[in-house]
Design a protein around this ligand. Structure first.
Ligand SMILES: Cc1cc2nc3c(=O)[nH]c(=O)nc-3n(C[C@H](O)[C@H](O)[C@H](O)COP(=O)(O)OP(=O)(O)OC[C@H]3O[C@@H](n4cnc5c(N)ncnc54)[C@H](O)[C@@H]3O)c2cc1C
Length: 484
């Protein structure tokens, strides 16, 4: 075995090329490798970190080997699932990235409505396999988002009001813990850990496999966006507020404020026009969806109505090209209560004042099955919020919009201050106040997460995340920096 001595690979010190980790069969990519820059790049192009080593695992045994190697050499550890998190926690400087991006297998048992999904799979992988049987579980609304990070933070999507959050469909996980051991967690096995994994993020170990319950969905659903001109946004939102308050659980909606993206389904003359777009997906019979959606579609004449029967799997990737890998992103986010007139005024005043034509705000409607699970039954922060909004500055490499739209996102967030009701942990950015992780969970859930963290990761080995600090965790492995 050729491994560098601990001192040679420690924080901030360049060691010799690692050519081998005992019992590791995947790829080891270090700085002198031709694939290094591609391998360290993640979705958010503003993140430019240089790990000492990327351990691209091809199975659970590799994850165990990489974990033990990292512990033996006191390396900072980052875990990469889909590499999509806007805060860039999937990659670290100087340490090791335990990279699951080659572990994208999905196995479906249609008879028992179960899916087993490897820890580096993307939602497109899951939808592709499950929809072959007319089945699905709640996933994200962009198909190139990772299953692991999304699930461990909670998981909101089109299906959540009918079928619950992603974690409400999670039955068990295989997880490699801080000591390099492999555990299965479910409601009967390590139930404290299983509770924490359903919302507590990547704080407890490296999940190599998820077992999900599946539900009948489609494969054809009634879905699509309705677009109105930006100046109509106030009136549209007032109607939308009343409409979604009484909508059946089958109806998932996301409001997007921004310009009409240049998608092939949108006529060219509308491209880049500021619009309020209500995305819809009805997870039930098409005819029922037609009836349910009629009032919204006829509330005022839209610029464009693209609602129609569509394959669920295709609809799930409809927004992919609006949030491309390698562009630059900066997010602020908060939960919001039901839309009152004052809140609508703030939304309409700020939503369209960004500079980049690619920046946008997206507001998910929650409630339904999300809110019927008791607060604290899982480690998900707030089940009673009405909406989760992200204020997303987007600019391409070489474009000048970064400073202006980062300021726009912060300004918009500040203007929402008096309406804020916590935050979805997966929408937190990389420069948040330390108190925002506690805000994401609330005191009771956060304190319980600290207990579980103290049991399973007392040294805070997994701190490259939205960190829950253990009570005993005074020693931060591999890093002199305080985790955020
Ligand atoms: C364009 C876009 C759209 C999104 N849409 C949605 C949406 O519809 N619904 C929603 O709920 N969220 C959504 N999100 C947020 C998303 O849930 C988070 O970004 C999530 O972290 C992505 O998961 P990932 O595996 O790609 O993350 P990564 O960036 O790979 O990892 C982020 C963190 O997750 C943890 N992690 C990742 N993999 C593992 C693993 N195998 N084991 C243990 N911990 C792990 C680690 O702590 C890691 O630092 C969206 C994000 C983006 C950028």
């Amino acid at each position: 075995m050729t491994t560098p001595a601990p001192a040679e690979v420690g924080h901030g010190i360049k060691g010799p090329t690692v050519v081998e980790i005992d019992a590791f069969r995947g790829r080891l990519i270090s700085a002198d490798h031709t694939d290094y820059d591609v391998a360290r790049a993640i979705w958010n192009g503003t993140i430019d970190r240089r790990p000492h080593l990327i351990a691209r695992c091809i199975g659970t045994a590799d994850v165990v080997a990489a974990m033990r190697f990292a512990r033996d050499h006191d390396l900072e550890i980052a875990i990469r699932g889909g590499g999509h998190n806007v805060a860039g926690t999937a990659v670290c400087d100087d340490g090791i990235v335990i990279d699951l991006s080659a572990m994208r297998g999905v196995r479906v048992d249609p008879a028992n409505r179960r899916a087993w999904v490897q820890g580096g799979a993307l939602w497109g992988d899951v939808d592709h396999e499950t929809q072959a049987h007319g089945l699905a579980t709640t996933g994200g609304i962009v198909s190139h988002t990772g299953v692991a990070g999304l699930t461990l933070g909670g998981g909101v999507g089109w299906l959540m009001r009918k079928h619950g959050l992603t974690i409400d469909n999670l039955l068990a996980v295989d997880i490699v813990t801080a000591d390099g051991g492999l555990l299965r967690a479910s409601k009967d096995e390590h139930p404290d850990l299983f509770w924490a994994l359903r919302g507590g993020g990547g704080n407890f170990g490296v999940v190599t496999s998820f077992e999900f319950r599946l539900n009948s969905v489609g494969p054809t659903v009634l879905a699509g966006p309705i677009l109105w001109d930006a100046p109509d946004a106030g009136e549209v939102l007032r109607f939308y507020r009343d409409f979604v308050r009484d909508a059946p659980d089958e109806l998932g909606t996301v409001v997007r404020f921004g310009t009409a993206p240049p998608l092939s389904v949108i006529p060219e003359h509308l491209h880049w026009r500021p619009v309020v777009m209500v995305g819809t997906c009805y997870a039930g019979p098409i005819e029922d969806g037609e009836r349910v959606l009629r009032p919204l579609r006829t509330s005022r004449p839209p610029l464009l109505d693209l609602v129609g029967p569509a394959p669920y799997v295709g609809f799930q990737s409809a927004l992919d090209s609006t949030v491309v890998h390698g562009w630059n992103y900066y997010w602020k986010s908060t939960y919001l209560p039901q839309l009152c007139d004052d809140l609508i005024d703030v939304l309409t005043e700020h939503a369209f004042s960004c500079s980049s034509p690619r920046s946008y705000a997206a507001m998910f409607h929650l409630k339904g099955a999300v809110g019927r699970v008791a607060e604290g039954a899982t480690a998900f922060g707030s089940r009673q919020a009405s909406h989760a909004i992200t204020l997303d500055a987007v600019w391409r490499p070489g474009e000048d919009f970064g400073d202006q739209d980062t300021a726009w996102s912060r300004r918009f967030f500040a203007a929402l201050g008096r309406f804020r009701e916590g935050v979805y942990v997966n929408f937190l950015g990389g420069d948040e106040d330390p108190g925002r992780v506690r805000e994401a969970y609330g005191d009771a859930v956060y304190d319980r997460l600290v207990d579980v963290k103290t049991t399973y990761d007392p040294e805070n080995v997994f701190h490259h995340n939205q960190n829950i600090r253990p009570r005993t965790g005074t020693r931060i492995i591999g890093s002199t920096r305080a985790p955020h």
